[in-house]
Design a protein around this ligand. Structure first.
Ligand SMILES: Cc1cc2nc3c(=O)[nH]c(=O)nc-3n(C[C@H](O)[C@H](O)[C@H](O)COP(=O)(O)OP(=O)(O)OC[C@H]3O[C@@H](n4cnc5c(N)ncnc54)[C@H](O)[C@@H]3O)c2cc1C
Length: 408
């Protein structure tokens, strides 16, 4: 690949990260995306970049790859509200930065646009609205393909100050969690469904009702957003000479879906491997696969519990914080590979993942979207019904829904 142009499929986080590193090293780089712009897969939703899966601060890591985190807006958090399943709210906190909230989308301050700007400045050419044969590409960065889980959210204006809540609640977010993020007068309430549901919007309406009851939001809806996550571990990360990065390479957090850090890291590592600094297959297996496997084992355990298990986890988290004086220690422990988790891996793999052959000939061990349980059948509250009606009105007056049940 010495002097040949490098072709990258997908101008999202992983593809653009690879493009920045390669173009900065003087390579001719072409990036192809089926959508009209980077970030168009999302629509102004807030996402958190975690700072707990490895010890260097992630923004320092990005700088070491030549990816300037000042190219997009981010807000750091060291404290969150943790809403337990019985509605008790406690506060995990740390002295440093636990995570940063960024916006996804096509506005100038979004992370997607920041990385796009860096790639263009470095000399990469981006071809939007363009289909390219994956076999003609060196790096595949096309994001998720199938659905193993989905997230639905509403974006709204609010008077509430900047804030983040993470809620563990198996009724409102089956098998998963919901969250509230508020940045500079704009809020997002999102619920994640790790079990497939009919009429999924009732989960979002009920979740919004919960947050309205617990926080002074003065919520004025703007739009509804969402997306899918694909959880599958491939057997190889380099296939027929092509490097698979980000979610296209199965580099996603099975437990909670914090995939952005893995996407940027794998894009940078693939680029550095093409430049001769690493062997991608070896490096990914050393640095990211153990984390992804830990998250898959945690997911396997979470799939076995309901609110009682969530309550135990929330209490343990707070007990651990009291003992160690740092709420982030629990998150580091949760994601760290360990002998106990490794012992569980064969059972988790066998019972949770299904081997599948993809169109490009790769084999992956994929987590199918789980079926709904009996307890997922419930009638919405009066408050949730009203929230649904309010949204119908806002939608009819022209508000946008960028993700619907049919997108799954
Ligand atoms: C609702 C939601 C909330 C999330 N919240 C968080 C969070 O809080 N924290 C976190 O870390 N992660 C979060 N994630 C996950 C995170 O967004 C992804 O893991 C991350 O964006 C993956 O990056 P990527 O480069 O693999 O894919 P993307 O950033 O999605 O980029 C893929 C690109 O490929 C393009 N593409 C697709 N198919 C083709 C094709 N055939 N040809 C050319 N281009 C193609 C797409 O248009 C897109 O631009 C969330 C995901 C969703 C859906």
């Amino acid at each position: 690949m010495a002097d040949k142009p490098i072709h990258i499929l997908g101008a999202g986080l992983s593809g653009l990260s690879a493009a920045i590193v390669l173009a900065n090293a003087g390579k001719e780089v072409h990036v192809y995306d089926v959508r009209k712009d980077s970030g168009a897969r999302f629509d102004g939703d807030f996402q958190g970049i975690e700072n707990w899966t490895s010890s260097p601060d992630f923004f320092d890591e990005m700088r070491s790859w030549g990816i300037d985190p000042d190219s997009f807006k981010s807000d750091s958090f060291s404290i969150v509200d943790l809403a337990h399943p019985d509605d008790v709210i406690t506060q995990p906190k740390t002295d440093g930065i636990a995570f940063r909230v960024v916006e996804r989308g096509t506005d100038e301050h979004c992370i997607d646009q920041g990385l796009k700007k860096l790639a263009l400045e470095a000399g990469a050419t981006i071809h939007y609205d363009t289909r390219k044969n994956p076999q003609e590409c060196n790096i595949i960065a096309a994001g998720p393909k199938d659905s193993s889980a989905i997230a639905f959210g509403e974006i709204f204006y609010t008077d509430h100050p900047n804030h983040v809540t993470l809620q563990l609640n198996d009724k409102l977010a089956p098998g998963a969690y919901s969250y509230l993020i508020i940045i500079d007068g704009v809020g997002l309430i999102c619920t994640c469904l790790w079990r497939k549901q009919k009429r999924s919007s009732r989960y979002l309406n009920e979740t919004i009702a919960w947050y309205e009851e617990n926080y002074e939001l003065n919520r004025r809806p703007i739009k509804r957003v969402g997306g899918k996550g694909d959880f599958s571990l491939p057997e190889k990360y380099v296939h027929e000479g092509r490097y698979y990065v980000g979610e296209a390479g199965g580099l996603q957090d099975f437990m909670w879906g914090f995939g952005m850090r893995y996407a940027i890291t794998s894009g940078a590592l693939a680029a550095q491997s093409i430049l001769g600094e690493y062997n991608y297959e070896v490096e990914i297996r050393k640095r990211l696969v153990p984390l992804v496997k830990s998250s898959a084992i945690n997911r396997f355990l979470l799939n076995r519990v309901g609110d009682r298990g969530f309550k135990l986890a929330a209490r343990y988290w707070m007990w651990d914080q009291k003992r160690k004086g740092d709420g982030l220690a629990f998150m580091r422990w949760l994601y760290a590979p360990s002998i106990f988790r490794n012992l569980l891996w064969p059972i988790a793999k066998l019972s949770m993942l299904r081997r599948k052959r993809l169109d490009d000939g790769r084999f992956v061990n994929r987590m199918p979207f789980r079926k709904a349980l009996k307890r997922d059948n419930w009638e919405p509250s009066i408050e949730a019904v009203e929230i649904g009606k309010q949204w119908d009105k806002v939608r009819k007056s022209g508000a946008n829904t960028s993700f619907t049940e049919s997108d799954t």
